[in-house]
Design a binder for this molecule. Structure first.
Ligand code: URA
Length: 181
């Protein structure tokens, strides 16, 4: 599944993998998946999307200076990506990260996405540990971590709406602060 959004966007959201009956069916990341409900609400609230809901790949929703991709592009068995899939797809992710404009912000949704990004950059996992709301300096972008907005995480309140809202406020601030003249 191709990423959604312009390739020169400064805000890149990296999810885990397309949901079996959602994004995998609709062809757009986080579309038709429970996890997409809160994600698109927040993207809209913080000015990264023209609507607060993503219906289908051919609706008129547009992302604004934002792009969404997944660490794993292939549909994982039982929705749990295994090492092989993460490795195969890591090349796609590395390309995606290499072509980011300067002063971008990358939001990793969950530990697997975070580790896939660190691996794609050839950085050491021990020096860049996943931690909710942490900001890591990569060479030419900042990596912001969040718990994944999955149904499981929101149901168990590992990730609440105010927590996710705060992540987007943080992303917006990081982008505004490093904007070049
Ligand atoms: N849908 C996606 O596209 N990615 C996720 O990580 C979850 C649901």
């Amino acid at each position: 599944m191709p990423p959604f959004g312009a390739s020169n966007a400064r805000f890149l959201v990296v999810g885990l993998a397309p949901g079996m009956h959602g994004a995998n069916r609709t062809g757009r990341p986080f579309t038709g998946d429970h996890a997409g409900i809160l994600l698109y609400q927040m993207l809209h609230k913080y000015g990264f999307a023209t609507h607060d809901h993503s219906e289908a790949a051919d609706d008129d929703l547009e992302l604004v200076d934002c792009r969404i991709t997944n660490a794993v592009k292939c549909l994982p068995p039982d929705n749990k990506p295994v090492g092989d899939e993460i490795n195969t797809c890591n090349n796609f992710l590395a390309n995606e990260l290499r072509t980011l404009p300067r002063d971008s912000v990358v939001l990793a949704l969950g530990g697997i996405a975070h580790r896939a990004i660190v691996k794609a950059l050839g950085m050491r996992q021990t020096e860049y540990r996943f931690s909710h709301a942490a900001v890591h300096d990569a060479e030419y972008f900042q990596l912001l971590d969040s718990y994944h907005c999955s149904r499981y995480n929101t149901n168990t309140r590992r990730l609440t709406e105010p927590m996710f809202d705060a992540i987007f406020a943080q992303a917006r601030e990081l982008l505004d602060n490093c904007k070049r003249e």
